[in-house]
Design a protein around this ligand. Structure first.
Ligand code: DAK
Length: 258
């Protein structure tokens, strides 16, 4: 497995844990961190897996690196935004499920990173927000687009206009996160969700991810056609035969990913 300066990547029983580790800057996303994330998500691993992204120390990610952005001109800022958007789109379209385990501050680019994941779980200590307006800028890594799609435009406008931070409980009530755990149980909670997913038919999981992601961008009629074709395709897998046989024989299935 590749070695990184700001990321720790560990794989265990189908779960890939990616820890962003730049604690001296609360894991702020500079170009180096973005480059390393790009490398991790550029190839689809070695088979069925769930990726958990978390942060080292008291922050998940406290945003894009303000020190690095401070002196950018418009051309450089546009390029920085393109770079971040490209990396987060890679994460969003990664073929296997992704879970953001939000251990602390997820602000600006940090919340945008979590928004690019399929599932978000948060520690009771987490604080989330899009504070870019405090710096007289806007989210540049997808926040104006993914946040309203996830929680609806009204709640997104509130967060985007005011730049306020919300607690894990508030985030849960607005559908921004799926579950809240104590700080000690956060990773265990994320791993439990991952393990549950890893018991399922790999091709079914990958197909669900693809359909949900692609389906949100097309008219319902087209999405239903995509679903129908994908549904049919799964009936040519041996896992479908195994899954249904195991149910009828009242035993646990043994999926092979074929
Ligand atoms: N960037 C760089 N350094 C950061 C940082 C950040 N986002 N957040 C924290 N740090 C650094 C602090 O400067 C401090 O460094 P030292 O002074 O120790 O050298 C260290 O991390 C610890 O931070 P604090 O001392 O401030 O820690 P506190 O516990 O007191 O406060 C905090 C924690 C999270 C409330 C506070 O650090 C904070 O407010 N941080 C900034 C949060 C923020 O505003 N995040 C949004 C960043 S803007 C775009 C592309 C992208 C974006 C926008 C446009 N285009 C290209 C158009 C995205 C923008 C953002 O994400």
């Amino acid at each position: 497995m590749a070695e990184y300066k700001h990321l720790r990547v560990e794989k265990d029983e189908g779960i890939r844990l990616v820890t962003i580790s730049r604690p001296e800057a609360l894991n702020a996303l500079n170009r180096e961190v973005l480059d390393e994330l790009k490398d991790v998500f550029s190839s689809p691993g070695d088979g069925f897996e769930v990726v958990i992204i978390t942060g080292e120390g008291k922050a998940f990610v406290a945003g894009a690196d303000i020190g690095e952005m401070r002196s950018m001109d418009s051309v450089e800022a546009t390029e920085f935004s393109r770079m971040g958007q490209e990396v987060f789109s890679l994460i969003e379209s990664y073929p296997w499920p992704t879970i953001a385990a939000i251990n602390g501050y997820a602000l600006g680019g940090g919340l945008e990173l979590a928004l690019a994941c399929d599932i978000r779980v948060a520690s009771e200590k987490a604080k989330m927000g899009q504070p870019e307006v405090n710096l007289a800028v806007i989210p540049g890594f997808g926040g104006t687009q993914r946040l309203p799609r996830l929680i609806g435009p009204g709640r997104a406008f509130d967060l985007l206009y005011t730049g306020k931070m919300v607690s894990a409980g508030e985030a849960l009530s607005m559908g921004l996160v799926n579950a809240v755990f104590s700080p000690e149980e956060l990773l265990q909670g994320a791993r439990k969700i991952a393990s549950e997913i890893l018991k399922k038919g790999p091709e079914a999981i990958r197909t669900i991810k693809w359909l949900v992601r692609k389906g949100l961008d097309v008219p319902l009629e087209d999405g239903l056609i995509m679903e129908r074709l994908a549904f049919g395709r799964l009936f040519s897998t041996s896992d479908q035969k195994e899954g249904m046989a195991a149910f009828l024989q009242k035993r646990a299935p043994e999926f092979t990913g074929k």
